[in-house]
Design a protein around this ligand. Structure first.
Ligand code: GLV
Ligand code: MN
Length: 195
């Protein structure tokens, strides 16, 4: 989904640009083998949170050699019963493979059709670009998956945070009208997602 590159590589110089989108290249004379290898997936993510999950990104911001190359990956750890909550990636299609555990993967189309399957290690899935999806550990042990994207920075719109965790908050009357509930219900949800 990202533009085609004009160079072999352009290891991002994350210090020299205020912009997330378009990084200048680190001078080639400063580029070493180390730039093209990423250790960030070697350690298990900390899943001690309400969702029991952790996404560790290997995108241009953590692995600057991905700059301009149009791809990235995540490590996703799920504690037993943990969920990577419903979200979408505005800039990428996602594919993934389950490496450990039993994982329910689901997504919803723009026509509100829900597709899902329980996957075991070795099985791969795809989430078409921009569609809302989740993964949930439905086994007894920890689950591990690796996901991959056709963008160096796919972005993630996490639905709970998008509606109930914004700064400033979306006005109560908008959320109560949208969900057809009382303000107390909205406040109860917001109290869990406002950080
Ligand atoms: C999983 O959905 C991920 O975005 O890594
Ligand atoms: Mn995703």
């Amino acid at each position: 989904a990202d533009p085609d590159p004009l160079l072999d590589f352009c290891v991002a110089d994350l210090n020299s640009s205020p912009s997330f989108a378009n990084f200048p290249c680190k001078p080639t004379s400063n580029v070493t083998s180390e730039d093209f290898f990423f250790n960030g997936f070697m350690t298990e993510g900390n899943t001690s949170n309400v969702f029991g999950s952790r996404v560790t990104p290997g995108n241009v911001l953590t692995f600057p050699a991905l700059n301009m190359l149009g791809i990235s990956m995540n490590r996703v750890d799920l504690a037993p019963n943990g969920i990577n909550p419903p979200h979408s990636h505005p800039r990428a299609t996602e594919s993934g493979v389950v490496l450990k555990g039993k994982v329910l993967v689901g997504f919803v189309t723009t026509g509100n059709v829900y597709y899902s399957k329980e996957l075991v290690p070795g099985q791969m899935f795809v989430i078409p670009r921009g569609l809302v999806h989740f993964q949930k550990n439905v086994g007894r042990s920890k689950a591990l998956l690796v996901t991959s994207f056709n963008s160096q920075n796919p972005g993630a719109v996490i639905l709970t945070n998008t509606l109930f965790g914004t700064k400033p908050s979306i006005p109560d009357h908008v959320l109560t009208q949208n969900f057809q509930v009382d303000a107390s219900v909205v406040h109860g949800i917001e109290s869990k997602f406002r950080s």
